[in-house]
Design a protein around this ligand. Structure first.
Ligand SMILES: [Zn+2]
Length: 251
């Protein structure tokens, strides 16, 4: 079987050690690109000091390392000012990462609508952590998506599976990233029934999981993709080509 190219759509920058890991993984050819969340724990005051190494690597590597602005806390009224400042300063930032449980809020249209407007105005997208709880799962985005149906949104962890598949089928620019250790057959089956695998993207949520794993996470990811998908072509789409389409690399 020929090699499958992997674009990791869910990766985390956790400081210097992970930076070296990102460079090593790219140089080894295990992965050809990464969408990488900036340090989730850094406040706006610490943003540059903590994330400068990742932003420098992103500027150097071009489309191989695409950082997301992490600490957009929608429950704090000053988020648009901070976010605008970093997007104005760093061209390499491609979107916003939401993590409502860490930011301590639940998703409501009052919080999400202004974010979707901000993303639309700047040609950006959002990737959100989801968990199967009210206000924290994929369905919480539905009211805002209905009003702004072209919004580009990545549902990390695909929670819940039904809600994620439904949103991906209903809105042109919503995609689902189930995360390496959470590949459940039901999600793949639902996506297939609701319009195919074109809206599913592969990510690892690494490198936190990598340490406890024996072997190559990317070889494992490709093996799982081959098991969950009907043929080599759809596995190739899932592992990399769908990501590149979402990122509009062809444009
Ligand atoms: Zn994550």
């Amino acid at each position: 079987m020929s090699r499958i190219d992997v674009f990791d759509f869910h990766f985390h920058f956790l400081g210097q050690e992970s930076l070296e890991e990102i460079a090593r993984l790219l140089d080894s050819g295990a992965v050809s690109g990464m969408l990488c969340c900036t340090d989730l724990g850094a406040s706006h005051e610490e943003f540059e000091a903590r994330n400068e190494p990742l932003l420098a690597l992103a500027a150097e590597r071009g489309k191989e390392v695409l950082p997301l602005l992490a600490m957009v806390h929608l429950n704090r009224p000053d988020w648009p000012r901070h976010a605008a400042r970093w997007f104005d300063r760093y061209d390499a930032l491609v979107g916003v990462k939401l993590h409502p449980p860490i930011s301590k809020y639940t998703l409501t249209p009052e919080l999400v609508d202004p974010l979707f407007d901000f993303l639309g105005e700047r040609g950006l997208f959002a990737a959100s952590h989801t968990v199967p709880l009210p206000g924290l799962s994929a369905a919480a985005f539905h009211p805002s998506l209905k009003r702004r149906p072209k919004t580009r949104l990545v549902i990390y962890h695909g929670s819940t599976h039904e809600e994620s598949a439904y949103l991906a089928a209903s809105f042109a620019n919503v995609v689902v990233e189930p995360s390496w250790l959470g590949f459940f057959p039901g999600l793949f089956q639902l996506m297939a029934k609701l319009g195919g695998y074109g809206k599913l993207l592969a990510g690892t949520d690494g490198p936190g999981w990598f340490r406890d794993f024996q072997g190559s996470p990317y070889e494992d990811l490709v093996g799982l993709a081959r098991r969950h998908l009907p043929d080599e072509d759809t596995a190739r789409d899932f592992c990399g080509r769908n990501a590149r389409r979402f990122l509009r690399f062809g444009d």
